[in-house]
Design a protein around this ligand. Structure first.
Ligand code: GDP
Length: 356
């Protein structure tokens, strides 16, 4: 799953993306990635539990979950009508699972703004309008077909009704994600504003600690989540060793990098969660969808694990840390044997038993 990064020109997208790409290259040293496409950035999802778990097993390495961001170039006014590289833009963004809007808040007289001045709320409106117009076109094209289908097949009535409701919401200037409408019957239309949104506000360093400003910006985009960062600082952080990076962060009043926040919030926005495995070779967070069953979780490691799934031995992270070792957790009765209907919980430390 991936998150598309969009934004108007000169808001700091390339600067941020440059940091994301460097992060991907750093991670690639540990992961057997095929090749990383030039327009893809990857960030590890910070999880303090992994380091603790690794000490129990003296693991050789730690592999966090990761989130993939795709640079979607070409969002300009009129993109929905094919302005700029509008059609390519729409095709690329359709393939992503969530949309991250980069919004300029920083002030810099040397960096011109396409619309003259820095105005986050207007920029959000400009981007949303393009996405809304694109969705309205998709719906307009689909409705005659849906009407025809609904005449002969009453099961198709729900899809037609949903499209008509969506059209009214979009006409009113609201994105489908923000509207709270049930999106189930719209899925087949792959509408852009039905994807989950998140916002990366690109601030000046001194604005990062401005709680009032952050609250005001958060309120504009709610219920979507907001991340606050300084893209210039992010591009410096990825070049620094950990201790120096932390020093730089603390000098601007932060304790977590913007990329880490973006990964954490992005992961949540995609509806994902992790479970953990640990051993001498590695301690690792595996990514699953919220609500995944034990065999589905096993399938993330290897499809054979899902096919041959027998059972899972599950210890919750807290129980394991309290016991101090897997053996101690077992004798304390904290190791549960779960079957194929078990729904995975956050913080499950798992060992799968399977037939091959
Ligand atoms: P893009 O067009 O959205 O990809 O924007 P760029 O990343 O190319 O940034 C445009 C200009 O703004 C560049 O000169 C950047 O150095 C500058 N810039 C980007 N982020 C920041 C920031 O957080 N603060 C300041 N002052 N300048 C920034």
């Amino acid at each position: 799953m991936s998150i598309g990064i969009v934004g108007l020109p000169n808001v700091g997208k390339s600067t941020l993306f440059n940091a994301l790409t460097k992060s991907a290259n750093a991670l690639a040293a540990n992961y057997p990635f095929a090749t990383i496409e030039p327009n893809v950035g990857i960030v590890g999802v910070p999880d303090a539990r992994l380091a603790q778990l690794a000490t129990i097993h003296d693991s050789a390495r730690i592999l966090p979950a990761k989130v993939e961001f795709v640079d979607i170039a070409g969002l300009v006014k009129g993109a929905s009508e094919g302005q700029g590289r509008g059609n390519q833009f729409l095709a690329n963004i359709r393939e992503t699972d969530a949309i991250c809007q980069v919004i300029r808040v920083f002030n810099d007289p040397d960096v011109t703004h396409v619309d003259g001045d820095v105005a986050p709320e207007r920029d959000i409106e400009t981007i949303n309008t393009e996405l809304i117009l694109a969705d309205l076109q998709t719906i307009e094209k689909a409705v005659p077909r849906l009407q025809k289908e609904a005449r002969t097949n009453k099961d198709r009535k729900a899809a037609l009704d949903a499209a008509e409701t969506a059209s009214k919401i979009l006409d009113g200037g609201t994105t489908l994600y923000a509207s709270g409408m049930d999106l189930t019957d719209l899925r087949e239309l792959h509408l852009l504003t039905a994807k989950p949104f998140l916002y990366a506000f690109n601030l000046d360093a001194d604005e990062l600690v401005d709680a009032d400003l952050r609250a005001r910006l958060s309120a504009i985009v709610a219920p979507a989540e907001a991340v606050f960062l300084d893209a210039k600082i992010e591009s410096e952080l990825v070049e620094l060793p950990d201790d120096e990076a932390l020093e730089l962060l603390q000098s601007v009043g932060q304790d977590e990098s913007g990329l880490s926040q973006l990964a954490r919030v992005g992961f949540e926005t995609l509806g994902l969660q992790t479970y953990l495995t640990a051993g001498p070779k590695e301690t690792r967070a595996w990514t699953i969808k919220k609500g995944a069953t034990a065999p589905e979780a096993a399938g993330v490691i290897h499809t054979d694990f899902q096919r041959g799934f027998i059972k899972a031995e599950v210890i919750s992270f807290d129980d394991l840390m309290e016991a101090g070792s897997v053996a101690a957790a077992r004798s304390a009765g904290k190791a549960r044997i779960e079957g194929k209907d078990y729904i995975m919980r956050d913080g499950d430390v798992v060992e799968f038993r399977f037939n091959v």
